[in-house]
Design a protein around this ligand. Sequence first.
Ligand code: GCW
Length: 724
Amino acid sequence: MTCNKYILLLIVLFSSLTYAQSLDGYDLWLGYSKVEDVLLAQEYSNATKSIYFPEESEMLIVTKKELKRGLENLLGQSPDISNLQGSGTTLLISKKDDLPQTVLEVLDQNLEQVGKEGFVLKEILSDGKEMLVLSANNDQGILYGVFRLLSLMQQGETLGRLDIIDAPKIDLRVLNHWDNLDRTVERGYAGFSLWNWQKLPEYIDPRYIDYARANASIGINGTAVSNVNANSLILTPMYLEKVKALADTFRPYGIKVYLTARFSSPIEIGGLETADPLDANVQEWWRKKTDQIYALIPDFGGYLVKANSEGQPGPQNYGRTHVDGANMMAKVLEPHGGIVMWRAFVYSEHDKNDRAKQAYSEFVPFDGKFMDNVLVQSKNGAIDFQPREPFHPMFGAMPQTNLMMEFQITKEYLGFSTHLVYLPKLFEEVLDADTFQKGKGSTVAKVVDGTLHGTKLTGIAGVANTGTDLNWTGHTFAQADWYGFGRLAWNPYLGAEKIADEWIKATYSRNPKFVEPIKKMMLGSREAVVNYMNPLGLHHIFDTGHHYGPGPWVSELSRPEWNPTYYHKADENGIGFDRTSTGSDATAQYAPELAKIFNDPKTTPEELLLWFHHLPWDYKLKNGLTLWNGMALKYQEGVDQVKEMIETWEKSKPYVSKEQFEEIQMSLNIQLKEAKWWRDACLLYFQTFSKQELPQGVEKPTKTLEYFKSLKFPFAPGRRPQWD
Ligand code: GCW
């Protein structure tokens, strides 16, 4: 065989192997699988042939290490990276202060736009030759820029005429880990907590470094490592030493550590009689504690606080307000540059008002009263991370407050780590929602990134879905939720489709025969779960405690607002929650333009119909179907959508490894089984009220309602034992 034919054969062989290096999911989106496209590989090799990268900090050292690792994997050759700039430099990586004058002149204005964490990645002409320059005002910008360069190669993007001037649009981009000190994870479905408290501080698990790499690669710059149902022990010296070890590990990757602060800590670990925020001894205790933390962790981020919510202690226990509590903590953090993330997830079993109204009623009167280093952290919806909710009305009502978004990346209500549900579609829907606060275009994203009100401090949090499972999230496609959260935290206008495209190519394959159908499957998966769990605005009809599976019949819990019947209010006359002016009047918490839309079932978007209205079973939907038939067909549609996902994945077999294929195939089969379970249990139960047959096209249930009601799951993952 001639040499050329041999080379051609090799090229053909390689081009069929288009799956990522790591087949077990451990590498996440950082597998840097080899670039098979010969022309692209050549372009990348030329662009990175001679790299000038002077590094003089821990952060730049790890950045250089990442660049080396990425290029070796992507190009199969070790790059020439040096501290000396020669005439042959093809890639120059340097902070603004170290740039050669000729280069600085070209980039100067761009660098003015990118702030503390942004970067400029640009092809320029230097001495008549094309040269790629990556520059930033700080080390962190270089870190993010290197990850972006590697990502562009993973996407198979050309580097020619690169002209990227990018910076994060939100200041704080943090993960919240609901991790307990016994390493269980509340609402966690990927194994145990990553933090091995027993072996810390001396034992630094290599996973901590890979965790930091993964977060830095998507621009996450903070992590709260403990559960918001907090344990005061995390603030004791023994644990603070351990936290310090994590902080030291994360710091080179630009990630600050935050801790959850249990409001009653002055009593539980401080020996005080009270935790009253206006008590001088309590204030002194928090000041001393905070100083102690900063002595160990100079760049400690601050506190994340769940107070007077679901039984957690807080200022209201002492007749004080959220402002008293948050500002007391903010005061002691201020000298250190620390911040407070104060959660607005509050509701009370004693409050007869619609639960969906209570956080707004409790917090909006405090608008403008929180200190500048306090962020009020609100969930995206007014109930609780449902498959679909209208955006939380607080986002349209607190212009004088640093309002921070809290998304759930872990799928407490969306199928745990078994169902494939691409959450960036949900995140995008919320961020794009218009609050009408300053007229049309006042989107939630503009509230969160601060541009609508000129907010001084902005933030976005994601409740993490990570654990000790080898693939980190329990399901390879759940990695896309972590990835997508980070990319949207960096730029809330990025779009779920672009993010899916990036993730698929970085994780599985760049082959368009694989990318396109899988992207379509991911983008449709969130609507599927809404259809087979909570169609047409139904919500919170989950079984109690573990939230695994349907429980629309649950009505006997002591707290009314924990009962699914509280939410669907199904009866002979119909179904749904009347939140209009004739009902709970929750619509009044939205801008008048929206209240008008939501008050009328004819103008309410049908995907929110039963969130806002109680309607008769024969109510006519837009498609002419009655509500009963339309709802039943929506449940069937969700099941059919999962069947389509299974078919799509079946066709992906040639492009992934056997283990990659089987992992998702098995999970999708469970998802189909559980989608049918949701459909059958809910329709059988609602049918006892509608007293109508299932319409043509809806598969008949194979089990009885009694059977579904009998199902118990005492060991479902992620539960809170004390509650179930
Ligand atoms: O979503 C609910 C969960 C609780 C969680 C709580 C919260 C950490 O069921 O597990 O507690 O909300 O957000 O505080």
